[in-house]
Design a binder for this molecule. Sequence first.
Ligand code: HEC
Length: 192
Amino acid sequence: MRKAGLGLVLAASLLLGACGKKGDTDDIRGADYATEESNLTFMEHVPADALPPDTLAMSMKEVMGHVMQFSGENIWKWQGYVTDEKGERSLFPKTDEEWEQAESAGLTLAELTNILLLPGRRVDDPRWAKAVADVRAVALRAAKAAENKDQEAFFTAGGELDVACESCHLQFAPWSAKASSGAASNAAAPAK
Ligand code: HEC
């Protein structure tokens, strides 16, 4: 891990060095690093199909358990009702700021689904691509509903999201599907 990190830093300073030699980037500031020129320099040095070294370092199990689940919960946490010592209360967003957080959660998950399509992570099966597209579409619907502050549509999208995630698990990771679903497996071997 440490070694790989160092490699990245080295690669970054090499790229910066290359910029420097052009003589027009003496005043590189952090804020300017992500300029078009930096991106172009990166693109010139790295083949189009190459991924940065650590891109696939995280196992599918970790991506799912920590990244996808976390992102899904960022939507689900704004839904439903809880009963505690203060009585029953709604979890749905109440203020503009909260609705905006719910919208951001939907957009974040939608964008995040792309990591399941990276070469080396995706399963070469049209059902995989379809399952990813379904989660993405539902996440975008949740975001739209939150933008419209439409509690019912937002709640519906939350339920559909659960189904969309489970649909992939039933096909590709039946051991991760909820016990109640109980479908037979014709699964491809998942990336570990
Ligand atoms: C395109 C397929 C696909 C989609 C879509 C998908 N998953 Fe998964 N998920 C998997 C696979 C494959 C595994 C099994 C990983 C393993 O055990 O190696 C898994 C496992 C899991 C696990 C169990 C992790 C563990 O620690 O055992 C959780 C939790 C999970 N997914 C959450 C989600 C959530 C939440 C969503 C939707 C927001 C989602 N997944 C969408 C393929 C998918």
